[in-house]
Design a protein around this ligand. Structure first.
Ligand code: EPU
Length: 432
């Protein structure tokens, strides 16, 4: 198992590039199952979850060519099975995104029911209920979700999500694009990743209106064709880099990003004392204001409000801000695993229910810490970058799931961070 070694206290300075969005590339790869023709996706991040998603497509019988590292040409012409195995689903919950497209195109799908994970129980009941509303028969057999369209084709329906769900909305969009008739999705998720997926599907011939709002209307078509599409920049990686510049008292030019997708994060961090300047439509310049960081409360909410995927990184920043701040998590019930590790590094954090109270600023000192999930790992890297002395982060496979070459990117802007592999000392493991 690889670990990161960080010598903290070096201000990050220079230009850093944002990769493609993991949470957009995952549904876009799944969407290629909707057509026998070739779909070409560019700007797919080279991260573990995308390698898993590619394996899922190949296991189903799709052909995936990668003429370049971040370009995938996917042809789902000869799909041989309609099943995503437990082995895949247990390593990556987003495998459930195969359900919608398989059910839509072939009228049948079988995917292991994902269990809980490090951040919560994460049921998929809302996805399944919506499939039933589209006419599918859904049952649970030996831990697998088995869904079939009795007449071979789903039927458009009115779907009102009781709770906003990102992958639920994506799964239902993909199920509805080939259904007979019209589907209305109300209380849909409005994340930029939904718009990106809809953008790809429209290029493939789907009829979708309203993606990015809470009401999405889909007119089912008979078939979809090939398309070429570039994945949007990763807004959570962008936010993580903004915090990295601020927490190390450095100055970063963050390139290839999409500031429109993180307005709530930019607003929150600006009010907390971070100077974020828009250089052009895809570049930000970030530094901490001379007046220093100020404690500021935050609550996570669905887009366009402050994202849960930035909560851990924000909490780390607040350990360095003057005053008392609260961090309230409303999306997942167990997303504070990073707090106990930050406390071991010297942070003053108290957790009560879904709220953390952070008192700052507190000097962080390097320690040996454990990464528990993707965003928690990112928050520990940020803590290590500003701590005094050496931080060792174990179980960094979590970060490999969603941050492309984080060691290489941070080293290039002056961080003292290295990856140690237990088998091959000094080897750069998963980085490209
Ligand atoms: N929920 C249900 N029933 C459902 C679906 C969701 O109760 O059928 C609940 C969840 O348990 C949670 C809330 O609804 O409490 C919202 O969950 P959502 O379905 O929106 O989350 P998700 O689609 O499973 C995606 C991202 C997550 C991100 C969340 C929230 C992908 C592949 N994953 O998950 O990303 O945190 O939306 O924005 O898009 C990450 O990248 O680190 C990550 C966890």
């Amino acid at each position: 198992m690889d670990k990161f070694l960080i010598q903290g206290g070096k201000p990050l300075k220079g230009r850093i590039e944002v990769s493609g969005a993991k949470n957009s590339a995952l549904p876009c790869l799944a969407a290629t199952l909707l057509t026998p023709e070739t779909v070409t996706l560019h700007n797919v991040p080279y991260v573990k979850d995308l390698i898993t998603q590619r394996r899922l497509l190949e296991d189903l019988g799709a052909t995936v060519l990668t003429p370049e590292l971040r370009t995938h040409k996917i042809t789902a012409k000869n799909i041989e099975t309609f099943e995503a195995s437990y082995d895949l689903v247990k390593t990556m919950r987003a495998s459930v995104l195969a359900l919608g497209p398989l059910l839509s195109r072939f009228g049948k799908a079988k995917v292991s029911l994902p269990g809980g994970c490090a951040i919560g129980t994460r049921p998929i009941d809302l996805h399944l209920r919506a499939f039933e509303q589209l006419g599918a028969e859904v049952s649970l057999e030996s831990g697998d979700v088995v869904a079939t369209a009795p007449k071979g084709r789903l039927k458009g329906a009115e779907i009102d999500f009781g709770k906003v769900t990102v992958t639920g909305t994506e799964n239902v969009i993909m199920a509805a694009v080939l259904a007979a008739g019209k589907t209305m999705i109300r209380n849909a998720a409005k994340e930029p990743e939904i718009e990106d997926l809809a953008g790809l599907l429209v290029k493939m011939g789907a009829k979708i209106a309203g993606a990015g709002t809470d009401t999405i209307e889909i007119d089912g078509v008979e078939e979809l064709g090939g398309a070429e599409h570039s994945i949007i920049p990763d807004r959570i990686e962008t936010g993580t880099f903004i915090v990295a510049a601020a927490i190390t008292d450095g100055e970063l030019e963050i390139a290839k990003c999409e500031p429109r997708h993180i307005e709530a994060v930019i607003d929150q961090l600006s009010r907390a004392g971070v100077d974020i300047e828009t250089i052009d439509k895809s570049t930000l310049r970030v530094r901490r204001r001379a007046s220093g960081l100020k404690a500021l409360d935050v609550t996570t909410e669905p887009h366009p409000l402050f994202p849960t995927d930035m909560q851990a990184q924000y909490m780390t920043l607040m350990t360095q801000a003057a005053g008392r701040s609260t961090v309230t998590e409303t999306i997942f019930e167990n997303r504070f695993m990073h707090a106990s590790e930050l406390i071991r590094m010297g942070a003053d954090i108290t957790i009560t229910g879904n709220q953390a109270v952070v008192n700052g600023p507190k000097k962080l000192t390097g320690a040996r810490v454990n990464a528990s999930d993707l965003r928690a790992s990112a928050s520990l890297v940020l803590a290590g970058l500003c701590a005094e002395g050496e931080t060792i982060i174990d179980r960094v496979y979590h970060i490999d799931r969603g941050y492309e070459s984080i060691v290489r990117k941070f080293r290039a802007v002056g961080a003292d961070i290295e990856r140690r592999s237990e088998q091959l000392d000094g080897e750069d493991g998963f980085e490209v």
